[in-house]
Design a protein around this ligand. Structure first.
Ligand SMILES: *Cc1c(COP(=O)(O)O)cnc(C)c1O
Length: 355
C-alpha cells in the first residue's frame, strides 16, 4: 500500500498562520475539506488552530458530521434538487443560485420542521456558479418573498480561481461589497455573511485588505499544499511538504530503452514518450492511478522522473540520480492538488499521521 503521510506539526503551522492572518483581516476562516473529508485528525488540527466553520463539497451517503463537528457544516457546492432532504439534515447552510431549488429547500424545511440558511452565490467573473451581479438584488427580493419562508438568507458569496482562472482584483472584489450594501439599502435586508474563496485570495491578502462587508474566506488547498493556486506560487510563509506521498519499490532493473518499431499506446491509452533511450535504470513503484494522480507527483529526489503510469504501477527512471534503489526502498513525492484529492479518496492509499 502506498502512503499519504501528513506532517501534523507542519499542518498545524499552516492552519494557524492562515487562520491568524484571516482574523487580523477581519475574516472568519472556513476550512474546506474536499480531499480529506471527515478525517477526524485533520478536523481536530483545524479546530485546535482556530477554525470553527467547515465546508464540504460532496453530499455524503449518510450523516458523518453529527459526531465529529459541534456545528452543522456548510455545503459549498450547489445542491441537487433531488437531495434536499439530506441537505437540510446534514448541513446548516448551503450555497445556492437557482430560485426553483431555493423554493424546494423551503418546502422541505416546512415539511420537516427544520432550519437552514442559504448564501446566494454571485459570479464575479470566474464563470462558474453564481447569479450575474445585475440580477442579484432581484433574486434576493424573490428569496425574501417566498411564501411561508422558513429558510434564512445569510448573505452572498463568490468564488474565484476555479474556472476562468480569475484572480482577485479591485474590480471583482468591489462587486460583492457594493451588492451587499445595495441589498441592505434597497431591500432593507441584512447581509450578515459576505463570503469569498478559495486559496487564490491569499495572494491578494498579502498586500491588500478586503472591503469591510467581506467577512468570510473559504480556504482548503493552501493549508495542505502551502501554495497560492491560480498564481501557481509557493506561499512563502507556509510549508509545501505537509503532505508527502510515499511509494515503495517493487522492482529495479536496468532496461534497454529503444524507440518502438511499431508504436502503440500504453495501458491508459496514451502515446508513450521516449525522452531518453539506451540503458536506463528503472524502478517500479507500488501505486498507480487507482491510488493517486501520479502525473501530479514530484519526486523529492530531483534526478528521478516518472516515465510511465498504469492503474497499479508507476515506473520511475532514476538513471540521472545519485540514489541507488532496491526493492523495499521508499520513494517520496510532493503532491499537487489532484494527487492530493485522489490519494485521500483512494481506498488503497494508507493515510499516515506524523506527529
Ligand atoms: C473548493 C472550494 C473552495 C476552497 O478552494 P481552495 O482553492 O481549495 O482553497 C472554496 N469555495 C468553494 C465554493 C469551493 O468549491
Amino acid at each position: 500500500m502506498a502512503q499519504l503521510t501528513i506532517d501534523i506539526k507542519k499542518l498545524a503551522h499552516n492552519i494557524s498562520f492562515v487562520a491568524r492572518s484571516c482574523k487580523d483581516a477581519g475574516l472568519d476562516m472556513m476550512g474546506v475539506l474536499k480531499g480529506p473529508g471527515m478525517d477526524s485528525v485533520i478536523i481536530r488540527t483545524l479546530v485546535e488552530n482556530g477554525v470553527e466553520t467547515f465546508g464540504f463539497s460532496n453530499m455524503p451517503k449518510k450523516n458523518l458530521y453529527d459526531t465529529v463537528l459541534s456545528r452543522k457544516p456548510v455545503f459549498i457546492s450547489l445542491p441537487s434538487i433531488h437531495e434536499i432532504h439530506k441537505l437540510v439534515r446534514y448541513f446548516g447552510t448551503s450555497f445556492n443560485t437557482e430560485i426553483s431549488v431555493i423554493q424546494r429547500i423551503n418546502e422541505v424545511l416546512i415539511a420537516e420542521k427544520r432550519s437552514h440558511n442559504i448564501i446566494l452565490m454571485v459570479d464575479t467573473g470566474d464563470l462558474r456558479e453564481g447569479v450575474l451581479p445585475e440580477n442579484v438584488v432581484d433574486t434576493v427580493r424573490k428569496i425574501h418573498d417566498i411564501k411561508e419562508r422558513k429558510l434564512g438568507f445569510s448573505g452572498i458569496g463568490t468564488n474565484l480561481g476555479c474556472c476562468a482562472g480569475m484572480v482577485p482584483d479591485e474590480e471583482n472584489i468591489q462587486i460583492l461589497q457594493d451588492l451587499a450594501l445595495e441589498i441592505e439599502a434597497r431591500l432593507g435586508i441584512a447581509v450578515d455573511t459576505v463570503s469569498v474563496g478559495g486559496s487564490v485570495f491569499l495572494g491578494w491578502l498579502k498586500s491588500h485588505r478586503l472591503p469591510h462587508k467581506i467577512n468570510q474566506i473559504r480556504l482548503g488547498e493552501a493549508v495542505f499544499l502551502g501554495n497560492i493556486p491560480t498564481l501557481y506560487q509557493k506561499h512563502e510563509d507556509l510549508y509545501d511538504d505537509v503532505l508527502v506521498f510515499k511509494g515503495d519499490v517493487l522492482e529495479t532493473q536496468e532496461k534497454r530503452v529503444d524507440l518502438p518499431r511499431c508504436p502503440g499506446r500504453d495501458a491508459l491509452g496514451f502515446q508513450p514518450a521516449f525522452p531518453n533511450t539506451g540503458k536506463r535504470k528503472r524502478a517500479i513503484l507500488n501505486f498507480g492511478i487507482s491510488d493517486t494522480y501520479p502525473q501530479g507527483l514530484r519526486p523529492l529526489d530531483e534526478g528521478s522522473s516518472i516515465v510511465c503510469i498504469n492503474s497499479n504501477y508507476t515506473v520511475m527512471d532514476y538513471t540521472d540520480s545519485p540514489v541507488s534503489l532496491k526493492p523495499g526502498d521508499f520513494v517520496e513525492f510532493k503532491m499537487n492538488y489532484i494527487s492530493m484529492l485522489q490519494a485521500f479518496m483512494s481506498p488503497f492509499t494508507d493515510i499516515v499521521y506524523q506527529y
